[in-house]
Design a protein around this ligand. Structure first.
Ligand code: ATP
Ligand code: MG
Length: 722
């Protein structure tokens, strides 16, 4: 029997195998980091295909990122030997949502070429709506309301279902009306936001049982990775699709880890795990306990840390990768973030000299502002790096402008795009003209570009504005006529040139202008990978992952949140300081559960490492231009001495410098003192030599107070910058 077992099964342990082979009926795999949950999902799909239980198009598989979806597709190909003939329904909730919606847009009142708005567009739109309601948008900020709507959508709430209290909390009690107005406006614009990518399909399925039934027949198998981070709307969506008539098994397989639930702030409901057995009767729950990823020390450190959380489901994790030569988790101290970046850089170069590829290393930060210091340092060192997730290329000003041109060519009803570029570059179209145009469009309920085409035939505008608008309308007509038959990269270039947009930056004397022009070139280059301008636009609105050149050997820099599911030989975790990690905002807003979510994030961070894990904290950090003195994170106290060592004094940098406010680290010798110290950490401290003590906790005369990094500004001790 063993001999006839397909290759893809032979590497699995018995529990994994059971999870792969239990294809009929609901299965929940609940297991810790690195136990092979994702591998189980991938192998399960391979198994379904190899045993001819379904065609690739009959499998619905949800991953957390687009990158994970691509990787999974590749792995399945390897497992079943040969390329998988398309897995059209393998992707994130959002990307699958778009696909469903493009097919059935008319059922929710959109047309299939609808636009997906990004956060910035949403905020601008909401601002208009708030103003239109006669409310003061200073008192009632659009950004705040955008967040509220997002929260409601994550919970699957249509305007009518938002609880009265919540709805009244905004805009002089007009929250619900504003939400309704917003949805109406989206419809007029033929647009939707991210939340709608889930909610529209849910509405559509509920209102059209025949369509839902079609998908029930199509999706024979449903699989979900990172199940602990699904929100209520995603869960509703999943349950709808997984419904089966009495007696027909629900072939749903979800895998997750409650200890890695890190999107509570975005509406994720870890309770979905607990509800699984209730909602999917007869579910088989499988536990995986053997970790294949990390060394004993890494697992020991992570396990001890996460044990400080209450209300866990509780899991066992073990590894038989026990090797006395394995490094312990190393904790390093640095004077400030510059020194931290320098020291991490040295560590990386040293590993590189020992032939470790950069691809095997990652820096995982708590907040994206931390990235810049590393990026700067790596540029200086000539170290290749890539930023994953984070502030993206596509979010830059010039890219967004260019994209607005492209959007308007593809989707003439996209008023937000129109407003963004109608006077960029400057065409002498002042606020009055735009307002006129706005009113004209509103009154006739037509898009602004169409209104512009109409209004130039009248004498409502001054001759100069009329001429300028005439040119805009003519340009767009021409570009639209080229859309189908001109290669899209060529057309894109043409649009940017003929509109005067490229010239605008050529004539701009600012220091950033050359970089912006380079970015625009890069934008055109990045379009080459797509078949059409529409395909490209869709891609951009969906990308969660930064553009990466997969072939380049490079260190990855990303936030802890985007590191979920990934693994690296060596992981650097900088910025373990109170206020930054745990993050002050999480503590302020979430209290104990906020702290626990931060701790899970720390657990996710440590468990990304296969062999080496380096943690850093600094004594001084500059935030928003202000120097702040910091305390080591309480999470450092929660690491077990048996698996952790404190780095010896780093030699090649620092030691004698003065901080930016003139104090030397030796001005005042104070022992390391952390009000959150636990016996564990005290023991760890006792183990280190006196020589390292300076590095640890020496603080200068000012301030040993908790520092806030919250958006509302520093909460405690702040030291003025240089
Ligand atoms: P996370 O919770 O971080 O998402 P996971 O449970 O999804 O982790 P995987 O990423 O699937 O874990 O697996 C972790 C590592 O262990 C991967 O490198 C995977 O290839 C390897 N692995 C999993 N199962 C086995 C096995 N049976 N034999 C050898 N290696 C395995
Ligand atoms: Mg995984």
């Amino acid at each position: 029997d063993q001999a006839r077992m397909p290759d893809y099964l032979s590497g699995l342990n018995p529990e994994q195998r059971e999870a792969v082979e239990s294809v009929d009926g609901p299965v929940l795999v609940l297991a810790g980091a690195g136990t092979g949950k994702t591998r189980v999902l991938t192998t399960r799909i391979a198994h379904i295909l190899a045993s001819n239980r379904a065609f690739p198009s009959q499998i619905l598989a949800v991953t957390f990122t687009n990158k994970a979806a691509r990787e999974m597709k590749e792995r399945i190909g390897h497992l079943v030997g040969g390329a998988v003939e398309g897995m059209p329904w393998l992707g994130t909730f959002h990307s699958i949502g778009v696909k469903l919606l493009r097919r059935h847009a008319e059922l929710v009142g959109l047309s299939s070429d609808f636009t997906i708005l990004d956060t910035d567009d949403v905020v601008r739109l909401i601002k208009q709506i708030i103003q239109a309601e006669g409310l003061d948008d200073k008192r009632w900020p659009a950004k705040q309301f955008a967040a509220m709507i997002d929260g409601w959508k994550n919970k699957g709430l249509d305007p009518a279902r938002v609880p009265e209290g919540d709805a009244r909390a905004f805009g002089n009690g007009k929250g619900r009306e504003l939400y309704v107005a917003y949805q109406n406006r989206l419809k007029t614009l033929n647009a939707c936001d991210f939340g709608d990518l889930l909610l529209h399909p849910i509405r559509m399925f509920k209102a059209n049982p025949d369509v839902l039934k079609e998908y029930h027949q199509r999706f024979r198998y449903i699989l979900v990775d990172e199940y602990q981070d699904t929100n209520t709307a995603q869960y509703m969506w999943l349950r709808l699709l997984a419904q089966r008539p009495e007696g027909v098994p629900q072939n749903v397989c979800c895998v997750g880890d409650d200890d890695q639930s890190i999107y509570g702030w975005r509406g994720a409901e870890v309770d979905n795990i607990l509800r699984f057995e209730k909602d999917f009767p007869g579910a088989k729950v499988i536990k995986l306990e053997r970790n294949y990823r990390s060394t004993e020390h890494i697992l020991g450190a992570a396990g001890h840390l996460i044990a400080h959380n209450e209300g866990r489901l509780g899991k066992t994790l073990f590894t038989d990768r026990i090797d006395p030569n394995d490094d312990k988790v190393v904790v390093h101290a640095a004077w400030d973030s510059e020194e931290e970046a320098r020291a991490v850089g040295e560590e990386i170069e040293q590993l590189q000299r020992q032939q470790h590829p950069l691809n095997d290393m990652a820096i995982l930060v708590r907040a994206s502002f931390q990235m810049r210091e590393f990026e700067d340092r790596f540029v200086t060192l000539g170290l290749n790096y890539r930023v994953i997730g984070g502030p993206r290329f596509y979010e830059r000003l010039e890219i967004r402008d260019a994209m607005a041109y492209f959007r308007l060519v593809c989707q003439p009803a996209d008023d937000l795009a129109f407003e963004r570029i109608v006077n960029t570059p400057k065409r002498g179209l002042g606020d009055t003209t735009i307002r006129n145009l706005h009113d004209y469009a509103r009154a006739r309920d037509i898009p602004m570009l169409a209104a512009a085409a109409d209004i130039i035939e009248t004498d409502e505008l001054k001759p100069k504005a009329r001429k300028a608008l005439f040119d805009v309308v003519t340009d767009f007509r021409r570009w639209q006529s080229l859309l189908e038959n001109t290669p899209h990269t060529e057309l894109a270039e043409q649009i940017l040139d003929e509109s005067g947009y490229t010239a605008m930056w050529h004539n701009d004397k600012s220091a950033e202008a050359p970089g912006r022009l380079e970015n625009l070139k890069e934008l055109i280059r990045s379009m080459e990978a797509f078949e059409s301008m529409r395909g490209f636009l869709e891609h951009v609105s969906l990308v969660m992952d930064a553009e990466t050149n997969e072939n380049l050997d490079a260190v990855s820099i990303m936030t802890l949140h985007s590191a979920k599911g990934l693994e690296f030989e060596t992981v650097f975790l900088p910025g373990w300081e109170e206020g930054l990690f745990p993050h002050q905002r999480a503590l302020d807003e979430g209290g104990r559960s906020g702290l626990e979510e931060e701790r899970r994030l720390a657990y996710v961070g440590i468990t990304r490492a296969k062999r080496r894990c380096h943690i850093w904290f600094v004594s001084n950090r500059r935030i928003h231009g202000l120097w702040q003195s910091t305390l080591p994170s309480r999470f450092l106290d929660e690491l077990p001495p048996a698996h952790v060592e404190v780095a010896e004094t780093e030699t090649s940098y620092g030691g004698y410098g003065r901080n930016p406010y003139g104090q030397s680290r030796f001005d005042k010798q104070e022992p390391f003192q952390n009000s959150y110290s636990t016996p564990g950490w005290k023991r760890a401290q006792a183990n280190r030599t006196d020589a390292t003590r300076d590095n640890w906790g020496t603080r200068s005369g000012h301030a040993v107070e908790r520092i806030g990094y919250g958006e509302s500004g520093p909460r405690a001790k702040t030291i003025e910058g240089e």
